[in-house]
Design a binder for this molecule. Structure first.
Ligand code: BG6
Length: 456
């Protein structure tokens, strides 16, 4: 008998997160159209996304493992091009049926699906014909797609996210189907795409609230925490400015429904304020989010000396006090607490951590498992910091690791493994795709079964 109460409330969401294109495979089956991922160039020796881990055909086996792990939530995305193969024609019933069956399988096993509408995978036809979210036509087609899936799945899915990591849009507009080739003013086009995506986001928030009254919608960012590189005031202000464009801009629009003054003034000064159509300002203002969703992997520092005025976000420097993974991502559990506290102080909205994890090259050992103590250490240290933030008053509603099974990285590497479940395939050799539990599987199972009380 203890008199201590767990800081993590009952009903907390524990599980993992993935995307359609990084797990499903079946890239051209059952009426699916091509997406911009299907034609993305594959680097020498790396994987394409055509088979991934064949979740499309093996999801029952995987969901059984997730149930054994004890998850009560699983985040994936709907592939827009399964639902509307060319983005604008007829709806593909087979695509809808796949997700109906998948969500039923989750629910029958006590797992609630958490769904991202868009994760870097626009129907190719919309990128080719309209230059993606550079066009308001695509905003309207996105709304049509969102309404279609809300009507079909609204009674099965409570937690939704509009765009994955929307704060990457200024630096990676190609993930929103937009090429900058031939742009008169590249920076202006980047901001126009960002604006159009904000409008699409707000339309989806509005549609969900109209169609699914108890549905909850988030805006999502990847929270790359930054610190001033030194105690020089110049670094402090450079850090503040980097943070504004890395994360605050997006969260301010999601939560407060208007452009923050630090962005608006800058755009006016440069003469590149995006074209706002009638009603845009009201739409953003009236359709703020129910909760905030973040991915968190790493932190960096900002050095005033490295700031390059030509770049949108610059001055980022590795933190000499932190170790990094093989891909140079600095491991910083305290950074998670820093961003949770910062977001909660600014917005007082519930926060859902929808990605956290570490990619590592791994092989099965002679016992057909992987002794991935480094993964246990990484996740444990982050969960500890999350709990400390919660003790300090931050409202966190769930924690999802990146990957339950291994999956293809966003850049196209299979050997950057993230899961608790090893998938037997190589970079280009598909092998048998069989699943094997890593050591971290049992560790996470205990974390979940004790609702985060026992993490050591
Ligand atoms: C996030 C993305 O940026 O990080 C995922 O939402 C991605 O799609 C994940 O896979 C991990 O990054 P990476 O590059 O290791 O796959």
């Amino acid at each position: 008998m203890t008199n201590h109460t767990n800081i993590i409330p009952d009903g907390f969401l524990w599980g993992s997160a993935v995307t359609s294109f990084q797990t499903e495979g079946a890239w051209n089956e059952d009426g699916k159209g091509l997406s911009i991922v299907d034609t993305r160039p594959v680097k020498e020796g790396q994987s394409d996304w055509k088979t991934a881990v064949d979740f499309y055909h093996r999801y029952k086996e995987d969901v059984a493992l997730f149930k054994e792990l004890g998850m009560n939530a699983y985040r994936t995305s709907i592939s827009w091009s399964r639902i509307f193969p060319d983005g604008e024609g007829e709806v593909n019933e087979q695509g809808l049926q796949f997700y109906d069956d998948l969500f039923d399988e989750f629910l029958a096993n006590g797992i609630q699906p958490v769904i991202t509408l868009y994760h870097f995978d626009m129907p190719l036809a919309l990128a080719e014909k309209y230059n993606g979210f550079a066009s308001r036509k695509v905003v309207d087609l996105f709304e049509r797609y969102a309404r279609t899936v809300f009507k079909r799945f609204g009674h099965k899915v409570k937690y939704w996210l509009t765009f994955n990591e929307q704060n990457l849009i200024l630096t990676n507009p190609h993930h929103w189907g937009c090429s900058l080739d031939g742009a008169e003013n590249e920076e202006a086009l980047r901001y126009q795409v960002a604006h159009n995506a904000f409008v699409a986001h707000a339309k989806a928030v509005k549609a969900l609230h109209e169609l699914v009254p108890d549905g909850k919608m988030a805006g999502m960012v990847t929270y790359q925490v930054t610190y001033p590189n030194t105690s020089k005031p110049e670094d402090a202000i450079a850090n503040m400015k980097a943070k504004e464009l890395l994360v605050d801009f997006y969260l301010d629009v999601f939560a407060r429904g208007e452009y923050p003054v630090y962005v608006a003034k800058d755009l006016e000064r440069k003469g590149i304020m995006p074209v706002l159509e009638d009603g845009d300002a009201e739409l953003l203002k009236n359709n703020t989010v129910d909760y905030i969703s973040i991915s968190y992997y790493q932190s960096q520092t900002v050095s005033a000396e490295k700031v390059d005025k030509q770049e949108i976000i610059s001055g980022l420097v590795q933190n000499p006090h932190l170790e990094a993974n093989e891909w140079g991502w600095a491991i910083d559990p305290i950074g998670l607490r820093v961003c949770l506290k910062d977001m909660y102080a600014r917005y007082q909205l519930p926060i859902f951590i929808t990605e956290n994890g570490i990619g590592v090259r791994e092989e099965l050992n002679e016992n057909n498992t992987v002794e991935d103590d480094y993964r246990i250490d990484y996740l444990r240290d982050h969960i500890k910091q999350m709990k400390l933030a919660m003790e300090e008053g931050v409202e966190v509603i769930g924690y999802l690791t990146w990957g339950a099974t291994d999956l293809i990285s966003s850049g196209g590497q299979f050997e950057k493994r993230y899961g608790f479940i090893f998938v037997n395939r190589g970079e280009t050799d598909l092998r048998d795709l069989n699943r094997y539990k890593k050591k971290s599987f049992d560790w996470y199972k205990q974390v979940i079964s004790t609702n985060g009380e026992i993490i050591d």
